[in-house]
Design a protein around this ligand. Sequence first.
Ligand code: NAP
Length: 248
Amino acid sequence: MMNFEEKTAVVTGGSRGIGRAVCLELAAGGANVVFCYAGNEAAAQETVRAVEDLGARALAVRCDVTEAAQVEALAAAAAEKFGRIDILVNNAGITRDNLLMRMSETDFDAVIAANLKGAFLCMRAVSKRMLKQRYGRIVNLSSVVGLRGNPGQVNYAASKAGIIGMTKSLAKELASRGVTVNAVAPGFIETDMTAALTESARAAAQGSIPMGRLGGAEDVAKSVGFLASDAAAYITGQVLAVDGGMAM
Ligand code: NAP
């Protein structure tokens, strides 16, 4: 387990799935955990309880990451409660799948706004503070789909490929100031996002994974924890695939 004593982390989309697992991974190492969620209050409260059960402090903030004012308020709430922001994990994300010819402009825009613009707004909201501290760890959630593409997901693939470009660009901007920016690219992970897969789609997915199984949220959280830790101090601008071998 990594040591996050005295560190404060902001995690977007911490109410469920990978985001909740990330909150718990950081809390287990002693971090103060501030997380946001879109609207699922009950799930958010469950994450708060789980973080507190690990002996860490938690703050849940309802915040739509596509709204700049709400993101600024999230960062301000974290800084006010804990005095600093050391770690940002851009995890909040959605899918609105359809084949290109049937994909509405609304569904294209919604996915880009939540997955790509949301990460931009959050990085902008914390980076000045990290620069002043001369310390920061930013970890962005990309996807194997951003590396390889996937039919029915041009919007999602664009957002997740965009995350990689944004990660590398900001890594170069902040590298000399003690702030690292990296991405993880999960494959198929068992969460609400993939629960809607049909049995045949699930079997096909499993068949494309060299390790022969879907991943768990904890598999991703461990990698995020590593990149957010001091053990990864000399790693920046990288994309770590956490996918059972899918994207090699
Ligand atoms: P999930 O179970 O669907 O959870 C999504 C989380 O994001 C929830 O906490 C949700 O809040 C929050 N959220 C959604 N839109 C938001 C918004 N506009 N503002 C603030 N919070 C918002 O998703 P997941 O499977 O854990 O995925 C997490 C991340 O990993 C995503 O970026 C996803 O693209 C990426 N990823 C997932 C997989 C996979 O196989 N699952 C693979 C590759 C990459 P509420 O609970 O309030 O709705």
